[in-house]
Design a binder for this molecule. Structure first.
Ligand SMILES: C[S@@+](CC[C@H](N)C(=O)[O-])C[C@H]1O[C@@H](n2cnc3c(N)ncnc32)[C@H](O)[C@@H]1O
Length: 200
């Protein structure tokens, strides 16, 4: 299992705002592209992948969407990704803090944000924070069933990074060049695919 967590710092929790955030300051296309690269390959769909999208821009509390096995997209374009985000937000009106609602096979939405999500996974899964200044991915033996934390076009808050490092999370670099989160997803798949192929 490979798990990606993308923190969309400006991602709205209001369904009617999502489409308008594509190509604008909130850059919701980053979320769509990351989902496409997490799940799709040419002529196929990756199994054993999960992606959490954390929507931080909220009037009450953040929402976390979990895409996993069973999710079916209507295509591999941006709008096909965004449709599910809108639907999950529409169908979770009245969602309480910390409540989780199943929206469709392979899609659920929860009333909590990034720190709580990472806290839930800590201790059961190896978690790596993606950061250009981190340890070179090529020098690390990634543990099985890894979780990768990424930020969108905005940096991960320094306070959050510091606290993760205090908790012993390792940082992982894909080179000095700052990349899009979606490009990081592709490179991580590549690294894991290569390592898997070597093990066979
Ligand atoms: C577009 S970047 C964020 C840019 C933001 N302005 C900043 O200064 O952090 C999106 C995310 O992808 C990850 N990332 C980008 N380039 C990377 C690299 N070379 N190595 C590791 N992670 C990277 C980081 O998690 C980063 O927060």
């Amino acid at each position: 299992l490979r798990t990606f967590i993308l923190r969309a710092r400006k991602g709205s929790t209001r369904p009617e705002r999502i489409k308008a955030q594509i190509g604008k300051e909130a850059h919701f296309e980053v979320v769509a592209h990351a989902l496409i690269n997490a799940f799709f390959v040419s002529n196929g769909f990756r199994q054993d992948v999960e992606m959490y999208v954390v929507l931080d821009s909220s009037e009450d509390f953040p929402r976390t969407l979990k895409f996993s096995e069973g999710i079916s997209f209507s295509g591999f374009h941006e709008l096909a990704m965004v449709e599910w985000v809108e639907k999950a937000l529409r169908e979770s009106s009245g969602l309480k803090k910390d409540e989780t609602r199943v929206i469709a096979p392979g899609l659920e939405i929860s009333g909590f944000g990034f720190e709580r999500l990472v806290g839930n996974l800590l201790g059961t899964r190896p978690i790596y924070v993606l950061e250009p200044k981190g340890e070179d991915i090529r020098g690390i033996d990634l543990e099985p069933h890894p979780v990768f934390l990424l930020s969108d076009h905005l940096a991960m808050p320094a306070k959050t990074l510091k606290s993760f490092k205090r908790q012993g999370l390792r940082t992982l670099s894909l080179g000095k060049q700052m990349l899009f989160a979606s490009q990081c997803v592709t490179l991580i798949h590549y690294e894991l695919d290569q390592r898997g192929a070597l093990e066979k």
